[in-house]
Ligand binder design. Sequence first.
Ligand code: MG
Length: 720
Amino acid sequence: RGSSMNESVKQESFFGRYYILFIVAAYIFSVAMRYIWVDWASAFPQFFWNSQLMINTNDGYFWAEGARDILAGFHQKGDLSPVSEPASILSAWLARILPVSFETLILWMPAFIGSLLVVPVMLIARTLGLHRVGIVAGFITGIVWSYYNRTMVGYYDTDMLTIVLPTFSLWLLILSVREEKNRYLFLMALSMLLYEWWYPSAKALEMAFGATVLIYTLLFERRKLFNYKLLIFIVIAAAPISIAIKSLASLLIFLYFHFYGEKSERYILYILAAVVSIFILLGGLGPIWQQIKGYILREAVDSASAADMVKLHYYAVSKTVREAGAIPFEIFANRISGSPYLLILSVAGYILMAVRYRIMLLALPMLGLGFIAMKGGLRFTVYAVPIAALGYGYLSVWLAEKLEAYMKDSSRAKKLSSLFILLMLGLSLYPNIVHIYNYKVPTVFKKSEVEVLDKLGKIADREDYVLSWWDYGYPIRYYSDVKTLIDGGKHTGRVNFPVSFALCSSQTASANMARLDVEYTERELKKESGKRSDDYMALMMKDYGFEEPSLFLESLEDSDLKLPAKSREIYYYLPYRMLPIFPTVKLFSNLDLETGKSRKSPFFYKVPFVMREGKIMLDNRSYIDTKEGSVHFGDASYRLNTFALSYIGRDMKVHSRIDRIDANERLCAVVMKSYNMLLLMDRSYFDSTYIQLFVLGNYDKELFEPVIVTPMAMVYRLKR
Ligand code: MG
């Protein structure tokens, strides 16, 4: 044992001396690998705006809007701009000090900030004196599958720090327990408070760290007073009070321990008892109960409403999101380590490491959270990434040392063991780099769509509303600086209902609903926050004296309906990309509001076509015979209700010819010539405002006016 251990100690000291250089190298490696996407995406002019690549995550436009408004120094009441969100504040601050364009900043922020993960990972290893382990783990952790996906260039979201910050906390926890210095305790508390500021759900992990430290102490280090000090700081950090008060409390207690040294020691347990009591009295355990309650009472229908209003039952948005069910082991393993065998080796390495360095048990909450992904959905896997990387690094070095001890010839053994570690590193990097090469994510919007929004921003006032589906809410607000009714964060069944109705109903009903929805949204904004409701449908029904939702919706077909006074303009943003998801849009208004029961989904089919012998071929056995006015699926054939043809002319207007064939039939076919697309759908879809305005250009001149017409997206102004 003696000689091989001495060898390894000597080697460690070389790596230890130049460790900072290895940290820098691992960081540069992590950032550089992210350039692969930039290189691929740069070949597509449609991905650029303001001569920079656009971001590739929808939510990013939310933070970008907030940062833009912070820099501008103003925003509009009720425009939902996140001017006090940490991600926006950090972005605005960086935009002020860095000499790059705002587009460049938000594009690269996730790469430069997310890659910081290598720092705490490598510091954890250094604290344990395991320099080679840290170097292996550092090179792996920044580019692992799921971590890469969520911190790649353009993935501008809070993810860039949600793993970095708790990994710093973990390092400071380990450092505190090993070094027993009060200043590390204070830094640890600060890192937790910073994490909570950045990411409100941070508390769950912080409480898990607290519980782990408690169990660890009771099992192994009961007599070590310092660990109870550590618990004091964790309990304060997790308390349900303002971050400012917690920072002050941590500082005061730190100063007390610092200046009163040994004298303070006999009060540690009393302080801990006091802090825990205050924590419980303030309701610190509440979130845990909430979690448990949330799992038991999972509501299927969104139906809470105030007492004096009718109780309406809306479509629950969670039904359209694929249920976060159990995921196959292979996918799960890929996300955490790059492949199943790598995950198994990493976990084996972590177990070996925790046996030799018991303190590594404190990493269990992060590893555990990663494993929750098996049941709770893929988004949790990233938490396990840094711990798995450390485990893999440990196994690599451990095996290398075994190899060295086995081969007694010292000079060759040393070289071989280094080579072995490099081989292990390569084995781990390979599948992850392959993944990076294959992961070709497009930007959220295309240049031609942004051009429409940019133009709209110059036409519309900042107080005007743009009606569109929630998927486009954030980008619309970022590029056009207007207000929206729904967006990536505001899209419950009840707020989606009026918008879905406006897109799917007749033009008269749509116009009435749009005006009502906007004016009611603004009316509620003016109330005190406690008295607001977002159940606008129920409010409208109360004011118009309706008890039955279906009768109220019918009354909207009246073109002389008395509407609230017009306070601003309303624009409809109708993109081509909404066509494939139009049935999903319809789900939100295609239900009985009294019971919450969905109605039968009408037929909707979109397919590219070819012309053959005067027939419109959908595939080899299905076609539309325009002379007969019928559609054939193999041997079955149906007469059409309507056949229409539309195209966008050189005059940048939508032209269409509509032939009514048989009023008793339900299927309508539309040939969209400019797109080489055929739509086959039930009459109810055909009559919808979206299809009439976007696909056919068949707008009611009393109600709408086209403002911008392009193949990718159109904007209509509401004239009511
Ligand atoms: Mg605004």
